[in-house]
Write a protein that binds this ligand. Structure first.
Ligand SMILES: [Zn+2]
Length: 414
């Protein structure tokens, strides 16, 4: 096998012609000189239509390719410009890279694949790329994949959520598909205009096919949904309801803690402060120490224990669906209203105000876990995307990881 043929196999790009390969001492890298195959030449970089040649552009260009062993590999080729009827004078398309990219398609895809399953430092070190560059790569890979398969196709039961980031300074509005369990849309902002853009993208025909919408009980979401999908059933989402109840419990705990502290009992105050997680967690997940703490609260602080019981009862009530669930919720609301715990009295009023959507939730039983798990995963991705250039890159990463758009590894079909 001649050197060129070995490199043709190594580079692995069918429509590229390998001319020669050389070792670049300065770069400590292999540079493979290539050109586009005859059928791939003189095409617009944007639309890939055949066009008239324009000029030689800025001469030779290099694209980072997958490593060969421990060595970096660059592809080098001419980068002439063409005159496209629609896009004007643009750099011609090359079969090995996306338009405007400094990395080959294979390098892009491998990066996008890896970033959905490894840590930031693993990706950066293994691939020897700056984190910002990874952001640019995931952005173009996701854009390509979304252009090929419309994430908004075939939606009928959707969930809408708002997720805060940058310490609650900024928000993302996200939409998930309850049937495929995928993330289908995300955009910065949390207001009517932002959500309106989702329904604009969906278009009136597909809006009419939406049957169920789950959301936290924010008025702005309910209003936009009622306007755009008037026939859809609006359901509360259990994840956010449980969060309301946890907030009420925390308010009771803080009240009790302040009282104890004012009364001068430092030790009790400290023990109460440390009980936060014992109160929050599901009983099944408690450690032995946390269980002991809970037992201490039951003996030492009746109101706080009552608040904890209310929270636990609420979790069980909303897991029961249908008419039985509604009756249990009636009982729970009566209990909360009589509890003499102000945060729960207020909460009961709030829940009553949202009763229609909550009854819909109990009647239609859309998955509890999807919104919660999407929310948790996006929070992790937000941390990961720190250092990317913009929110588009974060959203692209979320679509790759949670929208079913992760590319295959180069040269493999799955
Ligand atoms: Zn074009």
């Amino acid at each position: 096998m001649s050197g060129v043929r070995v490199w043709r196999a190594l580079v692995g790009i069918e429509s590229a012609v390998v001319e020669r390969a050389e070792y670049d001492e300065d770069e400590q890298a292999v540079v493979v000189h290539v050109r586009a195959g005859r059928r791939q030449r003189s095409r617009c970089g944007i639309c890939r239509r055949r066009c008239r040649g324009y000029d030689q552009g800025e001469g030779r260009r290099r694209w980072r390719h997958l490593d060969a062993g421990a060595l970096r590999v660059w592809l080098e080729a001419d980068a002439p410009r063409v005159a496209c009827r629609e896009h004007g004078v643009v750099v011609a398309a090359v079969p090995w890279a996306r338009h405007g990219a400094g990395h080959t398609r294979a390098f892009d895809d491998q990066t996008a694949w890896l970033v959905t399953q490894a840590s930031k430092s693993t990706v950066s070190q293994l691939l020897r790329v700056a984190w910002r560059t990874v952001g640019a790569i995931v952005t173009r890979v996701a854009a390509d994949a979304i252009a090929e398969r419309d994430p908004l196709a075939g939606l009928s039961r959707i969930g809408i959520d708002e997720i805060s980031y940058k310490k609650g300074q900024r928000y993302l509005t996200v939409v998930v598909d309850h049937d495929t369990r995928r993330l289908v849309w995300a955009a910065p902002g949390r207001d009517k205009a932002t959500l309106g853009r989702f329904f604009d993208a969906l278009g009136p025909d597909r809006c009419a096919r939406i049957t169920h919408v789950t959301a936290d009980q924010a008025a702005w979401i309910a209003e936009v949904v009622a306007q755009r999908c008037p026939d859809a059933v609006q359901c509360a989402d259990p994840y956010h309801l449980v969060a309301w109840v946890s907030d009420a419990l925390d308010e009771v705990r803080r009240g009790v803690w302040n009282e104890v502290r004012r009364a001068g009992s430092k030790q009790t105050a400290a023990r109460l402060k440390g009980a936060r997680y014992a109160l929050w967690k599901n009983p099944g997940d408690l450690t032995q120490r946390q269980r002991a703490k809970l037992a201490w609260i039951a003996a030492a602080n009746k109101p706080l224990h009552r608040a904890w019981e209310l929270k636990e009862a609420f979790r069980r009530v909303i897991a029961v669906k249908g008419a039985h669930g509604r009756h249990l919720l009636d009982d729970w609301l009566a209990w909360a209203s009589r509890s003499k715990l102000r945060p729960f009295v207020v909460l009961a009023r709030r829940i009553r105000a949202h009763r229609p959507a909550i009854d819909n939730m109990l009647a239609h039983g859309l998955s509890n876990g999807l919104i919660e798990s999407t929310n948790t995963k996006i929070r992790l991705l937000i941390r990961m995307a720190f250092g990317f250039r913009d929110t588009d890159a974060l959203i692209a990463l979320a679509m790759l990881a949670l929208g079913g758009y992760r590319p295959n590894l180069p040269g493999r079909t799955n």
